[in-house]
Write a protein that binds this ligand. Sequence first.
Ligand SMILES: Cc1cc2nc3c(=O)[nH]c(=O)nc-3n(C[C@H](O)[C@H](O)[C@H](O)COP(=O)(O)OP(=O)(O)OC[C@H]3O[C@@H](n4cnc5c(N)ncnc54)[C@H](O)[C@@H]3O)c2cc1C
Ligand code: FES
Length: 284
Amino acid sequence: MPAPPDDARCCTAEVRSIEPCGDDAVLLRAVPERELGTVRASRFFMLKRTDGSSPFVPRPFSLYRQRGNELEFLIKVMGRGTAALAAARPGDELRLVGPLGNGWPTLDGDGPPWVMVAGGVGSAPFPLGIEQALAGMDGATPCRPEELTLVFGARTAGMLYDLDGFLELGVRVHTATDDGSAGFHGNVVQLLQQLWKSGELPERVRFLTCGPERMMEAVGAVAEERGLPCWYSLETLMGCGVGICNGCPVPTRGGGPLGAWPNAKCCVEGPVFSAAAVTIGHEG
Ligand SMILES: Cc1cc2nc3c(=O)[nH]c(=O)nc-3n(C[C@H](O)[C@H](O)[C@H](O)COP(=O)(O)OP(=O)(O)OC[C@H]3O[C@@H](n4cnc5c(N)ncnc54)[C@H](O)[C@@H]3O)c2cc1C
Ligand code: FES
């Protein structure tokens, strides 16, 4: 039975700053009351405000950046939970559970280049991932900036959140928007095909993807067709975040590395899964 990570704790945190980001998101920085070690990118925290303005059940968010003990989250306003967090002010108190989940595989510079495919707020697990890949986490060979490509798609320019922050990291960045308001006019899979055709992307790459399911499914299909490794960071609904409520099932792939059990728990076995391990297809 998968268990919550040993380093996960529940504690309070003080909001230090909150800034608008893009059309409908904020960047929220908070400092927890206890010291955290370095958190692997694409792990997450369950967050809520303690003043009663948040729903009872906290909501999950990827760690966007970590500066010492200051944690930064990119929060897109979707409903009550995210609206309450986005309305927080410096000095407000949060309840925070984490770090939870597994995080990206070790992003080493020993194999084919990494291509990170983000859709909208699905960009959230990538800034820390890029920083850790460039630094060489856990003794891994650091990646050179040219070995890291972000392919960032969104409905419209204002949903390419914190694009300048990505450009500052010095990696290759390609953007696409559905309405043509920035970058390539089309979706990320069409952009990937164009990058291959123009020779801007090597034939052999390793994919990491996070965003709308339909986008990740399409990226997974391209990776499978070309025999390339691919990992998803999934965003299911979550109740507890620690493996108790069964609220976050992800169908496993028959004959895949997760064995015969039909579902995995996204919160404790994910949120990162190898594309060989799970099925994220849409119905209809
Ligand atoms: C591991 C993980 C990491 C995440 N990281 C981030 C992050 O870094 N930044 C961020 O903005 N969001 C992130 N999310 C999604 C975020 O948790 C949800 O948007 C949030 O829980 C919505 O809460 P709410 O109360 O505002 O909306 P609700 O009132 O609960 O829902 C409002 C609407 O949003 C939809 N919705 C709710 N949750 C999701 C979801 N997970 N995926 C798609 N649609 C959803 C609902 O179906 C409903 O239509 C993450 C989710 C997971 C599981
Ligand atoms: S969110 Fe409760 S089991 Fe995963």
